[in-house]
Design a protein around this ligand. Structure first.
Ligand code: AQP
Length: 325
């Protein structure tokens, strides 16, 4: 079975964009691949995190994985920092990474805007750590949202460079990006992607939002000029809301458009809020029933299960690089 690797940062509340762009994809892969899903805490600390919150969010993200349907009997879930080889391999890959390769990363450029003097070396190096995450497990496929594709391109380049310079150790990973939902946009600004780190909570629907909060956020969500409920390049806000609706009910966007012909924005938004609430209800029920200590047990068991893969890859890497084990 080919291996799949992906992860989410415990850097905030998981939102519907994370679900539709990444986690929904993971659910479909569980039966056909050896799946490894990680809570990437070492990535989260590339920007300042409140320690107590980081701890709580790490468990929270794992709970969301489980509540959304990741089955620990089929897939491995674990915390990135529990496998030391992620950081170790990142260091070794740093030695073959070129500075301009990291300087052109869009996510880095976006994140440092207006705060250059505060930027950490960790944030600059984020894509190398991500390459290490993927290459360590020799994952063939990496299901992600569109924003992460550039980072996977770097992982591919580093794997090719390493294999060429030393020996064929790494598998060259491929991104798996859904056609629909790969880039869910912010509700308050449909020109930018929905993000955990957004300044306003009105940017996203958190997977743990209450029904009333969801109704309020959808009511306040931006719409475009005009009256018709149609998708299109000049209708970024509606295109985004229609995509969310379409993916959650499993109906193509054109059918949703037809359903709302002649109806008002208010009617569409009311229904969309109820669709989201209906979708999240069972997820939240499962989430609330999960016990922290049980979740921690699952995470520790996950790390134990995949540790041998990481140990083996590192031994191979060190051997071909001339590092004594
Ligand atoms: N808006 C999105 N639409 C579709 N997929 C998305 N992903 C993130 N945002 C969207 C995908 O979710 C996975 C986890 O990504 P992350 O932990 O980096 O989440 P985030 O919301 O992007 O978090 P942050 O903290 O706000 O980071 P920045 O500011 O860097 O975006 C990935 O597969 C991602 O593609």
């Amino acid at each position: 079975m080919e291996r799949v690797f992906s992860g989410v940062q415990p850097s905030g509340v998981l939102h519907i964009g994370n679900y539709l762009g990444a986690i929904k994809n993971w659910l479909e892969l569980q039966n056909d691949y050896q799946c490894i899903f990680c809570v990437v805490d070492l990535h989260a600390i590339t920007v300042p995190q409140e320690p107590k919150e980081l701890l709580a969010k790490t468990i929270e993200v794992a709970k969301i994985y489980l509540a959304a349907g990741i089955d620990p009997k089929k897939s491995t879930i674990f915390v990135q920092s529990h496998i030391k080889e992620h950081a170790e391999l990142a260091w070794l890959l740093n030695t073959i990474t070129r500075i301009p390769e990291l300087e052109r990363m869009t996510q880095f450029k976006d994140k440092i805007r207006g705060q250059k003097s505060e930027v950490s070396m960790g944030l600059f190096d984020y894509p190398v750590l991500m390459a290490a995450d993927i290459l360590l497990y020799k994952a063939a496929k990496v299901p992600v949202g569109e924003d992460q594709v550039q980072h996977i391109e770097l992982a591919r380049s580093l794997a090719q460079r390493f294999n060429g310079r030393f020996s064929e150790v790494f598998i060259i990973p491929k991104p798996m990006v859904r056609k629909e939902g790969a880039r869910i946009m912010g509700l308050d600004d449909p020109t930018k992607k929905m993000a955990k780190s957004a300044n306003s909570a009105y940017n996203y629907i958190a997977l743990t939002d209450s029904p009333d909060t969801i109704r309020e956020k959808i009511k306040k969500a931006m719409t475009d000029s005009g009256k018709e409920i149609v998708s299109g390049p000049d209708k970024p806000a509606l295109a985004n809301l229609l995509t969310i609706h379409s993916l959650l009910v499993g109906q193509p966007v054109v059918e949703v458009e037809q359903q709302y012909q002649g109806k008002s924005y208010a009617e569409f938004k009311n229904d969309l809020a109820e669709v989201i609430i209906g979708f999240l209800e069972p997820v939240q029920k499962k989430y609330n029933a999960l016990d922290d200590s049980e979740v921690l047990k699952i995470l520790r068991a996950g790390a134990k299960k995949i540790q041998p893969i990481a140990t083996k890859t590192m031994a191979e890497v060190k051997k071909v690089m001339g590092i004594i084990e």
